[in-house]
Design a protein around this ligand. Structure first.
Ligand SMILES: [Zn+2]
Length: 72
């Protein structure tokens, strides 16, 4: 098999930073706020806050295993 490998490489172009070789989702500048739109930035910050909330929630759940149910 002496086939010259002229593989037509599919070039992906990142929609975020316009660089070739990776997709938007794999963008190394994903968390670079400078490359975010206002909307994305807000979304990102909300996600960060959400993650923190969940962390705190789990932390609280650990402490309050016997959560009092006041529903009579
Ligand atoms: Zn990129």
């Amino acid at each position: 098999m002496a086939e010259t490998s002229i593989v037509k490489k599919e070039t992906v172009i990142c929609y975020r930073c316009r660089e070739a070789g990776h997709k938007k989702l794999e963008c190394p500048k994903k968390f670079d706020i400078q490359h975010m739109t206002m909307e994305e930035c807000e979304e990102w910050m909300q996600q960060m806050a959400l993650d923190k909330d969940i962390e705190e929630l789990l932390e609280n759940q650990k402490n309050e295993e016997d959560f009092p149910v006041s529903n009579e």
